[in-house]
Design a protein around this ligand. Sequence first.
Ligand code: DQA
Length: 157
Amino acid sequence: MHSLFSILVLHGPNLNLLGQREPGIYGCLSLADINRLLTEAANKLEVNISVTQSNHEGILVDTIHASVGQHQGILINAGAYTHTSVALRDAIAGVNLPTVEVHLSNIYRREEFRHHSYIAPVAIGQISGFGAQSYLLGLHALVNYLREQNSQKETPA
Ligand code: DQA
């Protein structure tokens, strides 16, 4: 029987506009569609997810702080804050929860200013470029990581 992990899913600025926003880059699914896909995937994986979207850096920081003791991992698309926010990076480092960074678009094929992520060095990994699938792949990767960590704890060498 798996432990019932709880995962915080965080969507950063402008992701509330998905579906209408630059569909050639971000696809035509809305954020509600993506959240529905994530909920279905979480049910199959037998984990809980808690989803927050905010356009405000401080709210994202507060939400990360509040995840301590509530969630075991974080799946984050920090949107444009990926490329600007030392505060978000410090929040993730501060709570020390395994974090997977995702992006709908391949940030490395786009403008130079999107090539740098402040989040990447404090994340266990990054998935970029697969549209809504990036979130689903990221969720699988995070759950897999948490289960492996847990089984290592349960079976001492
Ligand atoms: C994004 C990529 C960022 O560069 C951009 O600012 C976003 C969305 C993505 O999911 O592809 O808002 O994080």
